[in-house]
Design a binder for this molecule. Structure first.
Ligand code: COA
Length: 333
């Protein structure tokens, strides 16, 4: 049997602060109806001032370690768009707070595809034999990079963290990952961006509007559907699964209409799609592990089920993966 990365623990965490569509319509020019019908989102969770990405990541990471019944890992990978600081990476701090001082730890930056990029990184270490156990966390406090009254971004994004523990195992075990498909197209970098504040364009001052996240919704919608579908088809092909054999499609929770379009192109009915964006919105790097945890906690994703994962994010970047669901304790978000 082939050596494989095996998912053996999962943890999820969203901050307690709920922001409903009604609350947003009280402070910006939008309505519950517009947000619900265009995105499928009813509410999202938002951090209190002073709560950082690492605070979310530590809770999700601890829950994943508990779910796996272990105290530590050989390395810690944090996928995030919103590190606590521009420098250094946030993963070492998260590892230390989880009692893993001395363990290699680094951030992965692929925006909403970050979890799948992290999964591919973890997979390479585990299948290559240089690690036996990896803690992979996807966490974003996305609300901290949104312009306060921007109706084109505020309604869409939410904060949260999801984490998994992966161990070295064999390809026929429940929890085993199949091939992971990744891609990028940097010529589309301006579709999803924080224009200023990096080495290319410094912030012109504390009120520089280019210091906030910006997204061109329509082309992002189109590319997200095309790329997620193609990547998922390729991952499914490599796994040798037919459309009927996909028990659960876990696509990046960007927009309900995007999920519908991707599911339709993949011939997977919506009843077999994980959906939690109505409650948490688009949580960027946390989206896939949160959706996995919620689908498993709700009983939609059962032991032995074949799950097809796919995501699209800034860069632009995309990816897809397959796995069979293991028998592990799960607490939803
Ligand atoms: N409330 C009310 N009206 C709004 C609004 C809001 N929050 N945001 C935009 N509008 C208005 C626009 O001004 C526009 O008005 P106009 O027709 O008078 O010009 C109209 O609604 C349509 O705007 P548009 O941006 O074309 O809407 P859309 O149908 O493309 O939906 C998104 C916008 C952002 C929901 C959609 O493009 C989307 O989901 N894109 C993908 C986003 C995403 O998934 N990003 C993450 C990927 S990693």
């Amino acid at each position: 049997m082939k050596r494989a990365a095996v998912l053996c623990g999962i943890g999820a965490w969203v901050p307690p602060g709920v922001v409903t569509n009604e609350a947003l319509s009280a402070v910006m020019d939008t309505t519950d109806e517009w947000i619900r019908t265009r995105t499928g989102i009813r509410e999202r969770r938002v951090v209190e001032p002073g709560t950082a990405t690492s605070d979310l990541a530590v809770v999700a990471g601890r829950r994943a370690l508990d779910s796996a019944g272990v105290k530590s890992a050989d390395l810690v990978i944090l996928a995030t768009t919103t590190p606590d600081h521009p420098c250094p990476a946030t993963a070492p701090d998260v590892a230390a707070r989880l009692g893993m001082t001395g363990v290699p730890a680094w951030d992965v930056a692929a925006v909403c595809s970050g979890f799948l990029y992290g999964l591919a990184t973890a997979n390479a270490f585990l299948t290559g034999g240089t690690a036996e156990r990896v803690l992979l966390i996807g966490a974003d406090a996305f609300s901290t990079i949104l312009a306060p009254n921007d109706r084109s971004t505020r309604p869409i994004f939410g904060d949260g963290a999801g984490a998994v523990v992966l161990r070295a195992g064999e390809s026929d075990e429940p929890g085993a990952l199949g091939d992971i498909v990744l891609g990028s197209d940097g010529s589309l970098r301006d579709l999803i961006t924080i224009p200023a504040g990096g080495s290319r364009t410094p912030l012109s001052g504390p009120d520089d509007p280019d210091g906030y996240f910006a997204m061109q919704g329509k082309p992002v919608f189109r590319h997200a559907v095309t790329r997620m579908t193609a990547a998922a088809q390729e991952a499914r092909r490599r796994a040798g699964w037919s459309a009927e054999e996909v028990d659960c499609l876990v696509a990046h929770q960007a927009n309900y209409r995007i999920l519908q379009a991707v599911a339709a192109k993949l011939d997977v009915p919506m009843t077999r799609c994980a959906v939690n964006l109505d409650r948490v919105g688009n949580t960027a790097a946390a989206s896939i592990p949160l959706a996995l945890a919620d689908a498993a906690a709700d009983g939609q994703l059962k032991t032995g089920h074949r799950a097809l994962l796919t995501a699209f994010g800034g860069g632009v970047t995309w990816g897809a993966a397959t796995l069979t669901w293991p028998d592990i304790p799960v607490e939803g978000s």
